[in-house]
Structure formats: structure tokens, C-alpha cells
Design a protein around this ligand. Structure first.
Ligand SMILES: [Zn+2]
Ligand SMILES: [Zn+2]
Length: 141
């Protein structure tokens, strides 16, 4: 409690103050106390202003709490979605492991076949060009 020694009520200069207004801190006597929600005020005006301030603070806190909850909820939802996607991908791979592996093998075989065909073409091409070269040489001679 604030030090009230020597303080007098602002409304009654002859009466010692017993407390201060919870809103404006004015020293007040027993007679002037306006009690609201367990707090003492110097007037109805102060009680009303304090109530409005408390209401505003509560609204702000409530809003902040709601926003925080929304942000947390969004983070949790995102986490759940990521987990679901990861689980689905893992499940899909497990379910289709043989298919995926077969596809990989087939692709590998195709590439191998292409390489061999290309090699064969090149090898066939060499004697052809040699033949061509020999013909040209024969024509020149
Ligand atoms: Zn007051
Ligand atoms: Zn008074």
C-alpha cells in the first residue's frame, strides 16, 4: 500500500486519506471510496475508466491469445501435412518398390541396348567408309 502518512482526502481536506484511487492515485477518505471489483476508486468516473481499461487490456490479451493459438494451429497443421506427405511417399515407395526397381532396371537395359547398337553402327560404319575410301583410291589409280 502506498504511503499515506500526512495525506488527506482530496475532497475532504480535514479527513485523513485511507487509500488511493486505483485509477488516478488520488488520496481518498473512507467516505469517498467507490468500490468496484475489489478495487477502490475516488469516483464513479475513475471506476468506469478503470473498468474500460481492464476491458481493453483483457480484449487485447484475448486477441493476442487467439492470434497465438491460430499461429500454433497453423504450424501444427503444416507439420501434420508434412508428416502425411512423407508417410504417403514412404508408403507409395514400399507399395511400388518392385515396380520402381523394375522400371529402373528396364531403363538401364534400354540404355545398355542403345549403347551397344550405337557401337555396332560405328563398327559397321568403319568398314563401309574404308570400302568407300578403297573405291575412291581405285578410281584415282
Ligand atoms: Zn480517481
Ligand atoms: Zn473524502
Amino acid at each position: 500500500m502506498a504511503d499515506l502518512s500526512g495525506s488527506v482526502c482530496l475532497n475532504h481536506p480535514d479527513t485523513p486519506a485511507v487509500t488511493r484511487c486505483a485509477n488516478c492515485s488520488k488520496p481518498i477518505c473512507k467516505q469517498c471510496i467507490v468500490s468496484r471489483n475489489g478495487s477502490n476508486y475516488c469516483s464513479e468516473t475513475c471506476a468506469k475508466n478503470a473498468a474500460e481499461t481492464v476491458g481493453q487490456v483483457n480484449r487485447t490479451l484475448e486477441e493476442r491469445r487467439r492470434t497465438g493459438a491460430k499461429t500454433r494451429l497453423r504450424a501444427i497443421m503444416l507439420l501434420i501435412i508434412i508428416v502425411i506427405i512423407a508417410a504417403a511417399a514412404s508408403w507409395y515407395y514400399k507399395q511400388n518398390k518392385s515396380d520402381v526397381d523394375r522400371l529402373m532396371r528396364e531403363t538401364g537395359t534400354k540404355i545398355e541396348k542403345n549403347v551397344q547398337e550405337t557401337k555396332a553402327t560405328i563398327q559397321q560404319g568403319v568398314p563401309t567408309s574404308s570400302q568407300y575410301k578403297r573405291n575412291r583410291e581405285a578410281m584415282v589409280e
